[in-house]
Ligand binder design. Structure first.
Ligand code: FAD
Length: 482
């Protein structure tokens, strides 16, 4: 009897799962496996918020698999040793998985594929995570793209938007009668020891069912108005699919299918949303072709950018939402509480750290890595380098977000700041984003005592902007080699 081992990684779904489909088409029995080996991801092993998500997502996947007759077997790494042991124990002749694109994982998977093939096994990998493989798109001279618009145009021409999802989850799965021993999800120790995760639990439903619901909710309530709603952090104007997409609880082809149906009703919103999926593709394209970028700027001039004295950077105040700049503090508290932050506010908070405070972008990227439930090496690297001005298609360095003006423009009615910085909730709109300029009587009436209830800004925005521009002058004239 033929047995196929399916190695689940960040493709924690049963619908539109090419490795699973292949295993079923091969006939015989299947052995679904998850191997816990964070050390193999080097310094980008999942952070605390992502581990929380993974725990719940594995539980959800395990439940769905068991209900269908093929329980999930969980083991600890090293991955290769665990796979070889499971092949021996089960008698599998075939091993299949869906590809990941982080540099350390690509290296590991190549080695494992070669080793298993040498042992006579059939090994196959598939694309479940992207619309296009990162190597499938290149410019006329065969080079990777560094600018989003031509990248997305080329991807669309190659059919990125015409991808359709694979079949839905089978009702029954042919599991092994005596499956090998498994660890429990709890034994992986993914949950925090001090319970800071209540906000996460109240906000999210990890797992395939939660992903489907999030997509349906978005398609019904916000997709059509996405081009207007996406920039308002006080509204639920975006899909909040990012953690589901990161863990592969839903794939971009499934999202695309829903968008294609909605396009006839509201092309503007849908096209804008699809281009965000395009940014996700672009992030993977860049990480694949420039694997050094998680720790080094794509624009190498920035390695010599003069930075602030680390002792003078109020990093703790930034992390914990105590900078005295309301929209920044709202964002950092939303992140801490829910494991997610609105995209516009990610840009504002990252700009403050890298430009006004002149801290290394990598420090911010690491904090996001630990606190985001959607922490994703491709998207996080792109987001930080874009904002810091040192990446592909970067915001020009002289574009320094002013958090007061951004707050007044994108949170004009103050819903976002009032929710996350409740000590300022009683301030009138016109003073909400700049409380330190409010007259004493206004502050008193709103019950705000600056210094006691809420800090003054940790940095002078105009002066720090000038200092950032002066720092850029040092490197501006150098060649942009990578
Ligand atoms: C400093 C910084 C750090 C970031 N770190 C991450 C990260 O670790 N993980 C992550 O998924 N996104 C990251 N982003 C991108 C973006 O902020 C999030 O993808 C988005 O806020 C997720 O919310 P959503 O699912 O509601 O997005 P929607 O607006 O509904 O977009 C749909 C999907 O498109 C993708 N997407 C949207 N914008 C981007 C983008 N700019 N780059 C890449 N993919 C995008 C996401 O998968 C998202 O779920 C970062 C952005 C910045 C500026």
């Amino acid at each position: 009897m033929s047995i196929t081992l399916i190695w689940f990684r960040r493709d924690l779904r049963l619908e539109d799962n090419p490795a699973l489909i292949h295993a079923l088409e091969a006939g015989g029995r299947i052995l679904p496996v998850y191997i816990h080996a964070p050390e193999e991801e080097g310094e980008w092993a999942p952070g605390a918020a992502a581990r929380w998500w993974l725990h719940h997502s594995l539980q959800a996947l395990g439940g769905e698999l068991a209900r269908r007759g093929a329980p999930l077997v969980i083991r600890r790494g090293p991955s290769r040793t665990a796979l070889e042991a499971l092949v021996r124990e089960s008698g599998a002749q075939r091993v299949v998985w869906n590809r990941l694109y982080d540099p350390a994982v690509i290296r590991r998977d190549r080695e494992i594929k070669a080793a298993l093939r040498e042992q006579g096994l059939e090994v196959k990998s598939f694309n479940a995570a992207l619309l296009m493989e990162p190597w499938a798109v290149s410019n006329r001279s065969g080079q990777p793209y560094r600018v989003f618009t031509p990248f997305w145009k080329a991807s669309r021409a190659l059919g990125a938007e015409r991808q359709s999802p694979g079949p839905s989850a089978p009702a029954h799965l042919p599991g092994l009668s005596g499956a090998p021993a498994t660890e429990s999800v709890e034994a992986l120790d993914l949950l925090p020891h001090i319970p800071w995760d209540t906000g996460l639990a109240a906000t999210w439903q990890p797992g395939e069912a939660g992903a489907r619901q999030a997509l349906a909710r978005f398609a019904e309530k916000a997709l059509e108005d996405y081009d207007r709603g996406r920039d308002r952090p006080g509204r639920t104007g975006t899909s909040r699919l990012s953690p589901h997409l990161h863990f592969g609880e839903i794939g971009p082809r499934q999202v695309m299918a829903v968008c294609t149906r909605a396009r006839e009703r509201a092309a503007g919103g849908v096209d804008r949303f699809l281009s965000e999926l395009g940014w996700r593709e672009f992030a993977h394209h860049l990480l694949f072709h420039f694997p050094q970028t998680p720790t080094r700027p794509l624009d190498r001039r920035f390695e010599d950018l003069p930075l602030a004295d680390p002792r003078e950077v109020p990093f703790e105040a930034w992390c914990h939402g105590r900078t005295g700049l309301p929209i920044v503090d709202a964002g950092m508290r939303e992140l801490w509480h829910t494991g997610w932050m609105h995209n516009r506010v990610r840009m504002i908070t990252a700009s403050l750290l890298t430009k006004n405070l002149r801290a290394p972008w990598l420090e911010g990227a690491r904090w996001f890595w630990d606190t985001l439930v959607d922490a994703d090496l491709a998207a996080n690297t792109l987001g930080w380098q874009w904002t810091a001005g040192c990446g592909a298609d970067a915001a020009p360095y002289f574009r320094i977000f002013n958090p007061v003006l951004q707050g007044e423009r994108f949170d004009a009615a103050g819903d976002y700041v009032r929710r996350w910085v409740p000590e300022l909730a009683q301030l009138p709109d016109r003073h909400l984003h700049r409380p330190w300029e409010a007259p004493a009587a206004v502050l008193r009436a709103a019950g705000v005592d600056l210094d006691r209830d809420y800090p003054r800004p940790v940095v002078d925005l105009a002066e720090s902007r000038r200092a950032a521009l002066a720092a850029f002058e040092h490197i501006k004239a150098r060649p942009k080699a990578d």
